[in-house]
Design a protein around this ligand. Structure first.
Ligand SMILES: [Ca+2]
Ligand SMILES: [Ca+2]
Length: 474
């Protein structure tokens, strides 16, 4: 046999064994490890608008992963989004719609639910948690039920900028969260926590593991090491393409009432374009800083003994406005807040590099992981569905829309072509984002779209769990 022919046959054998291994069928007793990386307030710029935001490590990772371009959070704020995705329960079933309060005590659904780390532990896994995972404080004893490792160093949003680097506004009661400044690597919680996860991957583990690492960036303040600012030319930073001066003219009053609660856009936006660009520069730097930390961890994984039996899931808890619709941050039901990056890497997947353009939800992560890791079912009913069909065929036909919820009757439904937003006072919005990607033209009042709206209303919850007490708007 010619040497070349042997190579071809060998490649064929390797390929078929790879396909067998995919899905966990090759070695009956082998269990996948799982790494869950949750970013805070990272919008989809890093995965779909790479010409503006530099994320070389995510770009590289995407070549061996499946990327979801229309993944929606269940709630566009840290606490409810995380409570939902780590329990697999929609906000309208838990009553946890916004930040604030004591959700792990006051929501019966959360109290009784098994979180994903708790389920992994029950299934014989070692669970490792670092950084910002849940946002809300867990009830006593629950940390012990979630994680085996100690310490579970959290870290916080710091380092905070000096006053002269902050936005000064009387309305901005969270001044410390808002500013741009460079600091050395060593004082960033994201560096410390990533280092700990790297150390974990370099160790030998007898049990399969579930690692969840929560980054504090790119959430404000936009502090990062200097080199991440330096990769951008400040003169080339543009205001977002999706910004339209009179965009709010066709937004109902209720929608406007959700905007800019602290006057941040007022002092950094259209009235002061230089400052606006300065803050966008900070957001990009922080996104690249997270990308660098993800890259360090992925390089370690690749060189480790776990490279071929570890599932990696990377996502953000919510999106982020950088001025679109005169708004900074999240807390809205439009694409900027609701759509998040989502990347899933399955070892040896034959569809690596694929992109899914159907709407899915972070609500689907829990059932996806249960499916792939063959875990015993959790005690609660899961509201999502496994994303396995996409991970086997990214272009598979899919009719299930994605829900994003901010309160009782305050919800959006994203289908393949439209986003329907409903407010509690009965007003609404409808956007055809295939024709209008920045959601500029509200079609809800146009008669010919009444059937489209009716179709989307079918997916709205019939009832909403009463909100837990103590919630706040932002
Ligand atoms: Ca967040
Ligand atoms: Ca508009």
């Amino acid at each position: 046999m010619k040497k070349g022919a042997y190579k071809v046959i060998l490649a064929g054998v390797l390929l078929s064994s790879s396909i067998l291994a995919f899905g966990g069928d090759a070695k009956k007793d082998e269990k996948w490890n799982v790494i869950f990386l949750v970013c805070d307030d990272m919008n989809d710029y890093g995965i779909t608008k790479t010409e503006d935001v530099l994320t070389p490590n995510l770009d590289k990772l995407r070549e061996s992963s499946v990327t979801f371009s229309m993944a929606n959070c269940s709630a566009p704020l840290c606490m409810p989004s995380r409570a939902s995705l780590y329990t697999g329960i929609y906000p309208h079933h838990s009553g946890v719609y916004v930040n604030g309060g004591d959700p792990w005590n006051d929501s019966e659904a959360l109290r009784q639910a098994e979180t994903l780390p708790e389920l992994f532990r029950r299934n014989g896994y070692y669970t490792f948690g670092r950084g910002k995972v849940y946002h809300a404080k867990l009830t006593d004893g629950r940390i012990e039920r979630n994680f085996d490792n100690r310490p579970i160093y959290e870290g916080g949003f710091g380092p905070f900028p000096d006053p002269k680097h902050r936005v000064l506004s009387e309305k901005d009661r969270f001044k410390k969260f808002w500013g741009v400044q460079a600091f050395p690597d060593s004082i960033f919680p994201d560096v410390i926590n990533t280092d700990a996860a790297i150390e974990f991957l370099n160790e030998e583990h007898e049990k399969p593991f579930f690692v969840t690492l929560g980054f504090w960036r790119p959430h404000t303040p936009f502090t990062a090491p200097q080199r991440f600012f330096d990769i951008y030319d400040p003169d080339k930073i543009e205001i977002p393409k999706g910004y339209l001066e009179n965009d709010l003219d066709d937004v109902p009053e209720y929608g406007k009432s959700l905007l800019d609660p602290f006057g941040r856009f007022e002092v950094t936006g259209a009235n002061n374009v230089d400052r606006w660009k300065h803050f966008i520069h900070g957001y990009y730097a922080c996104t690249s800083f997270v990308d660098w930390n993800i890259g360090r961890l992925m390089d370690t994984l690749e060189k480790s003994e776990y490279a071929e039996n570890t599932i990696v899931v990377i996502f953000s808890d919510n999106g982020f406005h950088v001025g679109i619709k005169n708004h900074w941050e999240k807390n809205t039901l439009w694409n900027s807040s609701a759509v998040v990056p989502l990347i899933i890497k399955l070892p040896k997947s034959p569809v690596s590099g694929g992109v899914v353009n159907s709407p899915v939800g972070l609500i689907d992560l829990y059932p996806t992981i249960v499916d792939y890791c063959k875990l015993d079912s959790p005690t609660q009913k899961l509201d999502g569905v496994s994303l396995r069909p996409f991970l086997e065929e990214p272009g598979v036909s899919w009719d299930r829309p994605a829900l994003t919820n901010l309160g009782e009757n305050l919800i959006s439904v994203q289908s393949k072509q439209y986003r329907y937003v409903m407010y509690p006072d009965g007003t609404s919005e409808l956007y055809d984002f295939k024709k209008d990607p920045y959601e500029w033209h509200n079609l809800a009042e146009e008669k010919k779209y009444a059937p489209v709206i009716k179709e989307h209303q079918k997916y709205l919850p019939k009832t909403y769990m009463k909100a837990v007490p103590g919630g706040r708007k932002n």
